[in-house]
Design a protein around this ligand. Structure first.
Ligand code: SF4
Length: 416
């Protein structure tokens, strides 16, 4: 939108006239991070205009307005009208605070990323109607709402005209896709089926989907699709039913096992990533071990571990059984080690197999990297011609940096 109005995007250290800082409420210490970045901006361009947007801006507009050097704070509904609302970006004496109640964020604004030529993140859904006890997202992003399938297909066709090979579908609660004006009109499975027909995009990846919304039909469809890759990221949050209930999650661990088994039966090589929170109130040593053992036995490929931290205006802040910070950190470390083990095992099981890798502009120590369809990070000798190319490779061995060295498919693999 800025570019259409004649603005030019420059790097942070190129003395910008305007800084638009997008904040996150999931990040720990969002307030400190926000202050730090405003200070840096002012150092680079003392007269630069600073506007703060994003989830943290919606949740704490007044706090942000107090930060020295901030010219404007825009909420969830206002941020999409940034250029019009801050007309000309003229500095004023007072900080402008333009936020409204989150209930007013009801329109869907479509967006996709354009800063990477291999992969695009396409937003298809926003907001969430769930009320997990630890989460501020519904307060910061509002109710569940989506783009329409026909709009998304149009955008995907537009992306297909560029050289991008992979689209990652994103949203806050993507499995809840299909609500327009407060009513369910479409669903996620229909979106997946429709996108699978789009010519010119080689891969679609589903970013993260709640286990209770990942239906057998979606799994079956992905299993036979040529474009939807065998990779799911499914939040678990806890392997203890007691904690899941306290969190207000909409499933129990048995359902999670069932999802993993269904996926692995149909796609034994499928990559499964898991989000998990440690240190939620009431998580005793025994209940944490339940989670640890549950994950240890589950056929999954990696974990994203989050250390629970208190967030204002959530139900969890008033819960009993606060876990000391030291314990939270110890548990997080244990699960991070488990994640490394899981990843290594998953990579190991796939050695000798032939997959397609999409090489990216990710160069390290003379090697280039990319991901297979099932999300294995591949390293190969740097060759600029291969960037943004899909190439068949045979997985050879795990190298010291943790990626997999690959070779031409004809090479006969011998386990070693
Ligand atoms: S489903 Fe996700 S976004 Fe929605 S409330 Fe729960 S954790 Fe937050």
């Amino acid at each position: 939108m800025f570019e259409q109005k004649g603005y030019l995007k420059v790097d942070f250290d190129q003395n910008p006239d305007i800084f638009i800082i997008n904040t996150c409420s999931v990040t720990e210490n969002a307030d400190k991070k926000c202050k730090k970045i405003v200070k840096e901006a002012k150092k680079i361009s003392p007269n630069g205009y600073v506007a703060i947007i994003g989830c943290y801006a919606q949740l704490k507009p007044q706090e942000i307005a107090q930060i020295p050097g901030v010219d404007a704070v825009l909420g969830a509904a206002e941020k999409f009208r940034l250029i019009e609302l801050l007309d000309g970006f003229a500095k004023e004496q007072e900080t402008k605070v333009l936020t409204s109640e989150i209930q007013e964020a009801t329109t869907f604004n479509n967006a996709f990323s354009i800063n990477d030529r291999t992969r695009t993140f396409l937003k298809v859904q926003d907001g969430c109607n769930y009320g997990c006890a630890f989460c501020t997202i519904p307060l910061a992003r509002g109710k569940s709402r989506s783009d329409t399938i026909s709009n998304i297909l149009e955008t995907a066709r537009e992306i297909a005209l560029t050289d991008v090979k992979e689209i990652v579908l994103t949203g806050v609660n993507i499995g809840d896709f299909g609500i327009h004006d407060g009513r369910r009109k479409e669903n996620f499975e229909d979106l997946v089926r429709a996108l699978d027909e789009i010519e010119g995009i080689n891969r679609f990846r589903i970013s993260s989907i709640e286990p209770n919304l990942l239906t057998n039909e979606i799994i079956k469809f992905v299993a036979q699709s040529k474009r939807f890759v065998p990779h799911f990221h499914i939040p678990l949050q806890s392997g203890s039913n007691e904690i899941l209930r306290k969190m207000g999650r909409r499933y129990l661990r048995e359902l999670y096992v069932d999802r993993v088994n269904k996926i692995k039966t149909l796609m034994p090589h499928c990559c499964i990533g898991v989000d998990v929170i440690v240190g939620f109130p009431g998580e005793t040593d025994e209940l944490f071990l339940e989670t640890y053992n549950f994950l240890n036995e589950l056929d999954i490929s990696y974990l994203h571990v989050f250390t629970y931290s208190e967030r204002a205006n959530t139900r969890a802040v008033d819960m009993e059984g606060i876990v000391p910070i030291k314990k939270r950190n110890e548990r997080s470390k244990m699960l991070r080690i488990l994640s490394e083990k899981k990843k290594r095992k998953f990579y190991d099981e796939n050695l000798g197999q032939t997959y397609t890798v999409l090489f990216e502009e990710d160069i390290e120590n003379g090697k280039m990297h990319g991901f297979t369809e099932n999300y294995i990070r591949i390293a190969a000798k740097y060759d600029p011609i291969l960037i943004n190319e899909l190439k068949l490779v045979t997985l050879w061995e795990i190298n010291p940096s943790g990626a997999v060295d690959a070779v031409e498919p004809e090479t006969e693999y011998q386990s070693h």
